[in-house]
Design a protein around this ligand. Structure first.
Ligand SMILES: NC(=O)c1ccc[n+]([C@@H]2O[C@H](COP(=O)([O-])OP(=O)(O)OC[C@H]3O[C@@H](n4cnc5c(N)ncnc54)[C@H](O)[C@@H]3O)[C@@H](O)[C@H]2O)c1
Length: 472
């Protein structure tokens, strides 16, 4: 076969055009044939997969809390209602935040905790040898550095959402957990909402047939809150970053319903945002002249098994709060906002006045929601087993935290640690749900191109057969 010089030149041009090198770092991406493809380096020899990982049981879980702003003190307070935990130490950058939290401990009948503050206070806290779990509720950019350091000090980690702000940080969490064999759970509370948990249980019992599409979002007008974040960290982050930078409240329940990395995996993503119409006004009000984050960001994800996920983010328009949460299957549908409802092909509304002694039903085609009575009956029947432990629901509602889901999250974390069970959320969940921050930005900034999503399990996504929340 004769190959001409011109065909070699044409081939070379073709390769150069189809592979634009954008980011050469170890975990960076290249654009190949119009798709952003991330590098997934081999797992280093000193690391082991964390799929199904369980640590030795811990009788009394000794905890250190870092970050005592709007979120952290509530967690300390909730822990005073959980058996088998001891708050050993508390830390904030600012020492004046500590005393309020000591009072919460006292009010809960618990001893005062050791105190840490200043730039390196959190490191000193992590270095203690009488702590099992570090609980992090600080600004986003500090999450991964703190979680990685804590694991390196031999501690399990619970870290607020999002656990990571870049793909590099996602890999840092995965690699460190795999190397140190420490849990790294992101504190994604929305998976523990009663409706989401019940719906998950219904999905696992096949009421919706095969689940093929899920939706979730963080739609929350933050106008009343911008000034409340310490040192303005949240505004500064939004000002500087395009993309869905707070995706995990939508992603968690959506991914659980689709068994992501328990039989399926997210493969491709495409994202699009609006201009920063209100964002720029927000920036101007604060004396700034630029604002990167689009007012409304929408992401579509396709999975290996042909399912889809839609995720939205919007914190600047005057819309009522919504996490969207929809589960759509071949035989049924669940919807959380604005009204909780189920539509199931084989279930209808009973029509008054049965004929020949037989009850009659309408809507058997799933065209409308089942009646409120039927929904309530379904929710009672399919209450998730993890919430049936003792008086958990009553305690959760009493203690509170977003209607009780925060308490269930903390309770489950401690329950699994005390019983030596795999945690409900593993480090791969933390990476998968957080990674949208960077991936959506890359899609948007390159003309809404598809992004091939990294597989943080490095091929282990099909080892487990469905999501399981363990009970002793
Ligand atoms: N899951 C949820 O529903 C939910 C709700 C609210 C907030 N959050 C998350 O909780 C985290 C904290 O949010 P917030 O609203 O409490 O913010 P915040 O600004 O009120 O509090 C952050 C605290 O961290 C402290 N801090 C900052 N740097 C520190 C350091 N180096 N060492 C020690 N302390 C440090 C600050 O002084 C401040 O007290 C964020 O990640 C946020 O996304 C989650």
């Amino acid at each position: 076969m004769r190959i001409s010089v011109s065909s070699i030149v044409a081939l070379a041009i073709c390769i150069i055009c189809s592979t634009a090198c954008c980011n050469n770092d170890e975990y960076g991406y290249q654009i190949k044939n119009g798709i952003a493809v991330y590098n997934t380096p081999e797992r280093p020899a000193d690391q082991i997969s964390m799929i199904g990982f369980a640590a030795d049981p811990i009788d009394t879980v000794r905890v250190g809390f870092i970050g005592l702003g709007m979120r952290g003190p509530g967690a300390v307070e909730r822990f005073t209602h959980i058996e088998g935990v001891r708050t050993v130490a508390i830390c904030d950058l600012y020492p004046e935040k500590l005393e309020y939290v000591q009072k919460l401990l006292e009010r809960g009948g618990k001893p005062r905790a050791s105190e840490y503050s200043g730039e390196d206070g959190w490191k000193e806290l992590c270095q203690r040898d009488d702590i099992d779990l570090i609980y992090i509720a600080t600004p986003w950019l500090t999450h991964t550095p703190m979680a990685v350091y804590a694991m390196e000090q031999g501690k399990h980690v619970a870290v607020e959402v999002p656990a990571a702000t870049s793909i590099d940080e996602c890999w840092q969490l995965v690699n460190t957990a795999e190397r140190t064999r420490r849990h790294c759970m992101m504190l994604e509370n929305c998976v523990y909402d009663f409706f989401e948990l019940t719906t998950l249980n219904m999905a696992q019992h096949g009421l919706f047939g095969e689940v093929i599409h899920t939706e979730g979002s963080y739609i929350h007008n933050l106008d009343p809150f911008w000034d409340e974040y310490q040192d303005n960290w949240r505004f500064e982050f939004n000002k500087a970053h395009r993309g869905d930078i707070y995706p995990t409240h939508g992603m968690g329940p959506a991914c659980w319903a689709l068994d992501i990395h328990r039989g399926d995996r997210m493969k491709t993503l495409v994202a699009m945002d609006t201009d920063a119409f209100n964002g720029r006004k927000l920036a101007q009000k604060r004396g700034e002249d630029s604002y990167a984050n689009g007012d409304h960001t929408t992401t579509l994800i396709r999975t290996e098994k042909g399912k889809t996920i839609e995720i939205q983010h919007n914190v600047v328009t005057p819309r009522p709060y919504s996490r969207m949460y929809q589960v759509e299957g071949t035989e049924g549908f669940a919807n959380k906002y604005p009204n909780q409802g189920y539509s199931i092909r084989t279930m209808g509304r009973e029509i008054e006045g049965s004929q020949d002694g037989k009850a009659m039903f309408e809507n058997l085609d799933g065209e409308a929601y089942v009646s409120k009575e039927m929904r309530d009956a379904l929710m009672a029947e399919y209450q998730h087993p993890i919430t049936r432990e003792g008086s958990l629901v009553e305690t959760a509602k009493k203690v509170g935290g977003h209607g009780g889901m925060d308490f269930i999250m903390d309770y489950r974390l401690i329950y699994c640690l005390r019983n030596g069970l795999p945690l409900d959320q593993d480090v791969y969940d933390a990476a998968e749900w957080s990674c949208l921050g960077e991936l959506t930005r890359v899609s948007i900034e390159n003309g809404n191109i598809p992004v091939a999503m990294p597989d943080f399990t490095r091929g282990g996504w099909n080892e487990l057969d469905g999501l399981k929340l363990h009970i002793r």
